[in-house]
Design a protein around this ligand. Structure first.
Ligand code: G1P
Ligand code: ZN
Length: 543
């Protein structure tokens, strides 16, 4: 068993997007592709000698092979210890927790999140830092620079390491510690939430369906919901992680989690439904016949988090990504809490959480979390809802109705136009940017534009600055449109159009989102010429 340096050449375009490097699986399987990126990362963090890392992934196709490569490369680069989830599995929030708990120097997470898995689908890798959070923009830039100058990488010649059982192994001088992927995470959840109250709820016949979508949260949900909290067996469906997620699209929204939506709107619907994504950081919350938008879920949690023991002191502040609805802002204002608006992507929350300026964060894309880790956390959100339901004694729909009565309702919808021609998408955005200054004062679909801008952000903690983070058009009457191009897609461009309309009239809180947002949608189309330019008369996905 020896370490070698293997000659390689820079591969163009290994630039991380919203969340690490995400590409087609076959790209990752091509010679040197994964190896170059791993070596560039180890160089980018200032070398790996003597460091301790966490490694794990969501179990998708190529996860086991990629983990063996990373272990061999880590050993060749002088890493002292790697902590790896049994069978190579770790949800993204559990990996973030293990980094923090064991005070490691960071970790590799293998996942393409909610994108499908398989040899003809998607794969991804990202590096999380010692605080447990995604690489900062500065580190991401340094890693990218390394990918462009790389000339060789380290590789230890060895057989595959057995990862089926917990315990320690040696690879050269490096220790590999295989851990139960669930245990430490489950213990953390038991500290944060009132498990007794939730267990009583289940013992009293409260019905729940959790759809793990054949992704990584299956083992976590079985253990926490069924074994620890006593929910009946069968509460968790699609609980076995599969390399292709059972050919599904592990994205917890009403479109892709249609099996769960069918159950929740059917005649025997349980009280509560939830789902999580490929790597366990997203969540969907649904009551009997009552889907909760992620933006509303964030606002409701902000209003009730004090009911959970881990948050009994109240929140220090809240943060949301810019496209996320302003529902949480209204709670923050009423409670006198600080409220931050950040660019899209969890990496922008890290400094706020580290500095204690906010301890609840969320994104409209089904991401909610707190300062317990430095990632969004699907099961955390589900347990927070269960805790709120158990202590308040109210159903999901009663909680939401009360919330809208108190704070008003931010009708909200995101429309995605997928795989559109990159040139068409770029031109749509650049032409729109060019006319932003002329929009205020004009009227579209009966709505008067009050502000139009390209979102930029100066981090209030480390003062780093980013621009070009999405176009925001505000209208009189608390309506808003946001447009941006996705940074996680692997095919063509995805245009995301976010529509929002606040309603405070108590008599108008139960419209359909389509009706409430009709004018905003039309205004968005008139301003950005979406139909004319893309040739699409409807979005591919509406959430
Ligand atoms: C999407 C979501 C964003 C989220 C990211 C990673 O990024 O919109 O909120 O942080 O996935 O889960 P996008 O494809 O829009 O760049
Ligand atoms: Zn995810």
């Amino acid at each position: 068993m020896t370490a070698r340096r293997i000659a390689t050449q820079a591969i163009p375009g290994q630039q991380a997007g919203t969340s690490g490097l995400r590409r087609k699986t076959r790209d990752f399987m091509a010679p040197h592709f994964l190896e170059n990126y791993v070596q560039a990362t180890l160089n980018g963090i200032g070398g790996a000698a003597g460091k301790r890392l966490v490694v794990g992934g969501d179990g998708r196709y190529f996860n086991p092979e990629a983990i063996q490569v990373i272990l061999r490369m880590a050993a060749a680069n002088g890493v002292a210890e790697v902590i790896v989830g049994r069978d190579g599995l770790l949800s993204t929030p559990a990996a973030s927790h293990l980094i923090r708990l064991n005070k490691t120097d960071g970790g590799f997470i293998l996942s393409a999140s909610h994108n499908p898995g398989g040899i003809d689908a998607d794969f991804g890798i990202k590096f999380n830092m010692a605080n447990g959070g995604p690489a900062s923009q500065t580190l991401a830039d340094a890693i990218y620079d390394e990918t462009q100058t790389i000339a060789d990488y380290g590789m230890f010649d060895a057989h595959d390491i057995a990862l089926h059982e917990t315990g320690t192994r040696q690879l050269g001088d490096m220790t590999i510690t295989v851990v139960d992927p669930v245990a430490d995470y489950a213990a953390l959840m038991a500290e944060l939430f009132d498990f007794n109250a939730i267990a009583k709820l289940f013992a009293g016949g409260f019905g729940m369906c959790f759809d793990a979508m054949h992704a990584v949260t299956g083992p976590y949900a079985h253990k926490i919901l069924e074994d620890m909290l006593g929910a009946p067996k069968g509460t968790v469906i699609n609980g076995i992680p599969l390399p292709d997620f059972g050919k599904g699209h592990p994205d917890p929204n009403p479109i892709w989690a249609h099996e769960l939506m069918g159950i929740m709107t059917g005649p025997d619907a349980p009280d509560f439904g939830a789902a999580s994504d490929g790597d366990g950081d997203r969540n969907m919350i649904v009551g009997r016949g009552a889907y909760v938008t992620p933006s509303d879920s964030l606002a409701l949690i902000a209003a009730h988090a004090h009911l959970a023991p881990g948050y009994a002191q109240g929140l220090s502040g809240v943060a949301r990504s810019m496209p996320t609805s302003t529902a949480v802002d209204r709670v923050a204002a009423a409670k006198g809490m600080a409220c931050f608006e950040t660019p899209t992507g969890w990496k922008f929350f890290g400094t706020l959480l580290d500095a204690g300026k906010a301890n609840l964060c969320g994104e409209e894309s089904a991401g909610t979390g707190s300062d317990h880790v430095r990632e969004k956390d699907g099961l955390w959100a589900v347990l927070m809802w269960l805790n709120i339901i158990a202590v308040s004694g109210k159903s999901v729909s009663a909680l939401m109705q009360d919330h809208w009565q108190n704070y008003g309702r931010n009708y909200y919808s995101r429309h995605d136009y997928e795989a559109i021609d990159i040139n068409v998408a770029n031109r749509l955005v650049s032409d729109l940017k060019a006319k932003l200054d002329s929009l205020p004062g004009q009227s579209f679909a009966g709505l008067d534009v009050t502000e139009a801008s390209d979102f930029s952000y100066r981090d209030p903690v480390d003062h780093s600055f980013v621009e070009g983070q999405g176009i925001q058009i505000k209208f009189a009457g608390d309506a808003r449109v946001v447009l941006r191009l996705s940074g996680t897609g692997t095919e063509g461009a995805t245009l995301r159009v976010y529509l929002e309309q606040l309603e405070t009239d108590a008599a108008r809180l139960n419209q359909t989102p389509e009706d409430a947002l009709a004018a905003v949608k039309q205004a968005a189309d008139e301003i950005a010429e979406i139909t004319a330019r893309t040739g699409r008369d409807a979005p591919d996905v509406k959430t």
